[in-house]
Design a protein around this ligand. Structure first.
Ligand code: ATP
Length: 248
């Protein structure tokens, strides 16, 4: 499947956002499936819902991959989960025990180490997968983020070469993407669950502006939906939203 063969990384000193760069190419029909773009500095890094992604110049990894995937949109909802799992597995190789947080983050003991943003080019084909991984961020920079954040350096007390980290992440990503494309999310689901943050805990999930759901996080569905057990003992599934731990 040539569409998921990742290409050599194209490095930029500066981009507004690696996702935006690849989305622009995809919209113009110039996106090459498997293209990988990384920026040493992003001037307008983004998260979901126009949230900002903060990353000091040269310190961390911010990169994106374009996949012209011939897979229905519904199936592609599991893509951020697969990417999160691949990131976690590459972190194992650096001695960092991380967890996947539904739907699109990687955490260490509740602190965010990596954010993942999958976006479809409006009017274009395929999907752009953006990854922000805090590599050498210092604790003082992490304290400047509005929610608990961490980095590989904070977790290990060592500095890492960003290129070397990216090579490991891409190798894991390549292998998990291949499995996902050939066998579907079902082949990845158990491994994802085994590393899921907050499994068995009470969560609050907001779906859009007004709808808030609560329940115990018990499973992940075949389409990547979060499955909660509500106080009435019913299983409810949530396709998209923001999940947080219920305050005691
Ligand atoms: P949540 O953490 O609730 O799941 P989200 O997945 O919507 O949020 P993203 O869109 O992935 O979050 O990322 C944006 C948010 O991440 C920002 O609003 C900020 O709180 C936080 N953030 C920004 N930069 C960093 C960073 N370098 N490391 C960790 N967290 C960050």
């Amino acid at each position: 499947m040539t569409w998921l063969e990742l290409h050599p990384v194209q490095w930029f000193e500066e981009l507004d956002s690696t996702n935006r760069h690849l989305l622009g190419l995809a919209e113009r029909g110039e996106g090459e499936s498997g293209a990988v773009v990384a920026a040493r500095r992003q001037t307008a890094g983004r998260g979901r819902l126009s949230r900002q992604w903060q990353s000091g110049a040269g310190e961390n990894l911010t990169f994106s991959v374009f996949l012209d995937l011939p897979i229905e949109a519904e199936h592609s909802m599991t893509l951020p989960l697969v990417v999160g799992l691949a990131v976690c597995e590459s972190l194992d190789e650096f001695g960092i025990a991380a967890e996947v947080k539904w739907p699109n983050d990687v955490l260490v003991e509740g602190r965010k180490l990596c954010g993942i943003l999958c976006e479809r080019p409006p009017g274009g084909r395929g999907v752009v997968v953006g990854v922000g991984l805090n590599v050498n961020m210092t604790s003082s920079a992490a304290m400047g983020i509005d929610r608990p954040a961490t980095s590989m350096r904070i977790e290990t007390g060592r500095e890492f070469e960003t290129e070397a980290v990216l090579a490991r992440v891409l190798a894991r990503l390549q292998s998990r993407l291949g499995q996902w494309a050939l066998e579907g999310f079902e082949a990845v689901r158990a491994d994802w669950l085994a590393r899921a943050a907050w499994i068995g805990r009470d969560l609050v999930v907001s779906e859009g502006q007004s709808n808030r759901l609560g329940g115990k996080f018990v499973d992940i569905g075949p389409r990547g939906e979060l499955i909660l057990l509500n106080p009435a003992g019913e299983r409810i599934s949530v396709l998209a939203g923001d999940a947080s731990l219920r305050e005691k």
